[in-house]
Design a binder for this molecule. Sequence first.
Ligand code: SF4
Length: 327
Amino acid sequence: MKTFEFRHATSVDDAVAGAAAGGTYFAGGTNLLDLMKGGVAQPTALVDLRRLGLTDITPTDEGGVFVGAGASNSAVANHRLIRSQYPVVSHAILSGATTQLRNMATAGGNLLQRTRCPYFMQTTFTSCNKRIPGSGCAARGGFHREHAVFGASEECVATHPSDMAVALAILDAVVHVQGPDGRRVVPIDGFFALPGDTPDVDNTLRPAELILGIELPPSRFADHSWYLKVRDRHSYAFALVSVAAGLAMEDGVIASAALALGGVAPKPWRLHAAEAALVGRPADEAAFHAAAALAMDGADPLPQNEFKVDLGRHAVVRALTRAAAVE
Ligand code: SF4
């Protein structure tokens, strides 16, 4: 049995000090405990964050909402401000995991969950650059049907598993963090790291930085948004392809649009060219197909996941259609 210390942090400063001394943050534990039980993660000390009170979901002075990092996924998805102003976040969260897991998992932990690449999750596989840097990537020559078609490298082709993060990407959310050098904010688009030649690094957090919360700017897409998740079975499965779509419309014409894909890259994958193709057009099938035609530009699939390119285009059309039709 691997032993480890466990202690309750009494303040944010205390938590950060604990992590700076080598501890690993612990909140809902829905991913970390799985990794520990499988021997993938072997922390020597856990710093429990659950007494820090980072659970509030509150309006901001700017007209947005601040979600405490310790708020459960269920609390976020079901909060009246999120449901009314950011329904795409609710849709995304409720499409993931199970009720029991959503009750335990936290908003901060959702961003920090690790890939579910089977070669990463199972220590019996000895080639995984993300788990053992320099050991190779078993997925490239093995099972990679669920893997990335954007943003991957020779070292790693894993996808990020979060649904919530894909919704946050179209909202231009900002992550508030605190570390040994103080507080800072990280735009969601800069929060996740592409694998490059350091696939063991999932994000741009600095050592011992703690997520305090997620700030949502004033919502542009309260009236017209959708989260579409395509997966192998209807529940408790990760996305093969997902789409977060948001439209701001004036008299039936698209004034602004935001699109992001999940299940296809190591981070939520914004589709800026497709978004630009929508602006100024009526929200109709022709516009949605024009956006979809651009959505998968630059995709670099592997033999088993070429289907994601076509699936991605269809999913974009479907998500935009649903977003436009929301009353
Ligand atoms: Fe490991 Fe990444 Fe390759 Fe999966 S895709 S085996 S996580 S290096």
